[in-house]
Design a protein around this ligand. Structure first.
Ligand code: FES
Ligand SMILES: [Fe+2]
Length: 365
């Protein structure tokens, strides 16, 4: 048997006993290379909401993992996703979201249609055997879930709901409101954490830390004891349902309903009173993780409450960032070999480790 696979099986056994992955996996470049090949280069990434590009000629920018992305709406209303990488010498073709008649590279003026086809290349008329049809922008896979737009750098990516077989059932159980007219786009938050993605991701998928880290933010609005909330875990899909907090809190912003749906490795959506959040994580390197989340306000929501919710979520993000950066720095000191998770409180991080190992094992078999 392949030595690497033998090691992965041993690690899988350790995970079943509550142990984490080796702490070296939080900094090692070889681990990250394997994770990228097995997980991230094939993932679907949330890029933005369809209501931010409603008209023909509208363009949004983002990333699908390492690949810079253009999402455009052509004159017929069809959405396209393509790499924001000029086929001449690689400059970004589009630097600004918004309205574009064509996509014109600012470096030497190659011009592409909103479907990515090369329209014009200055000097090409003097080149022998230059066929514009060969130099369109690289096509990427695009899919939607309600108003949310996803892109995968894998041109052969299976549709989102096939990529996650458990997704339709879990989503149906939670009954998300996917009507694009139900919410108004409010704003985007972004942060770059000096932490390995697995440290960020563990933190974003457990609430064991919430009473300690989010005392006056998330913890003030939600009932976060393990006995209070419901968690579904099915094949790379996780969903939480938080009930109202039983007693009144300091900020008077109790929820009456709150539901989350996470897709491994890094997307989640939350709907609750007043707002909807759509969140995406992206690996920059072994030590750096970027996250962004869009906030949408329910139509008719009180602007003061929306503003207060934004403050709670922004505070939560800052608190999480400080915590995971502190963990990352310490874990990299390697004074122990692996985390010891609490089975009763941290089932999802243990599943994250299982899913990582499964993906790496599948790649090496
Ligand atoms: S790199 Fe785009 S035109 Fe030269
Ligand atoms: Fe947190």
């Amino acid at each position: 048997m392949d030595a690497a696979l033998t090691d992965l099986k041993a690690l899988r056994h350790d995970v079943e006993r509550g142990w984490g992955l080796p702490v070296t996996s939080y900094s090692d470049q070889d681990w990250l290379c394997r994770e990228r090949a097995a997980i991230f280069d094939k993932s679907w990434y949330y890029i933005g909401m369809s209501q931010t590009i409603p008209a023909p000629g509208d363009v949004m920018l983002g990333h699908a993992g390492r690949i810079p992305v253009i999402v455009s709406r052509d004159q017929s209303g069809t959405l396209h996703a393509m790499a924001n990488v000029c086929r001449h010498r690689g400059h970004p073709v589009c630097l600004k979201p918004g309205q574009h008649r064509v996509l014109s590279c600012p470096y030497h003026g190659w011009t592409y249609g909103l479907d990515g086809r090369l329209r014009g290349a200055p000097g090409s008329e003097d080149e022998a055997d230059f066929d514009k049809a060969e130099f369109g922008l690289r096509k990427l896979s695009i899919d939607t879930w309600g108003p949310m737009i996803f892109v995968s750098a894998d041109p052969d990516a299976r549709p989102l709901i096939e990529h996650y077989p458990a997704f339709p059932d879990v989503a149906a159980q939670r009954d998300f409101n996917l009507d694009p007219d139900a919410y108004t786009y409010h704003r985007r938050y972004q942060a770059t954490a000096k932490a390995n993605w697995k440290i960020w991701y563990d933190n974003s998928l457990e609430c064991f830390h919430c009473p300690h880290v989010h005392g006056s933010s998330f913890n003030d609005a939600y009932a976060v004891d393990a006995a209070d909330y419901e968690c579904l875990i099915e094949d790379r899909v996780v969903s939480y349902h938080f009930p109202p907090k039983p007693q009144r809190n300091a900020n008077q912003l109790q929820v009456t309903w709150n539901k989350h749906l996470h897709l491994f490795p890094g997307f989640f959506v939350t709907q609750q009173d007043d707002i909807m959040l759509v969140h995406q994580m992206r690996v920059i390197d072994a030590d750096t993780t970027h996250v962004y989340w869009d906030i949408l306000a329910e139509k008719g929501a009180d602007p003061a409450r929306v503003k207060a919710w934004c403050k709670i979520w922004e505070d939560t993000l800052v608190e999480d960032k400080l915590a995971v950066e502190a963990v990352h720095a310490n874990v990299n000191a390697q004074t122990f070999t692996a985390n010891r998770y609490m089975n009763s409180r941290e089932p999802v991080p243990q599943n994250i480790n299982r899913w990582v190992l499964d993906a790496l094992g599948a790649q090496t078999s």
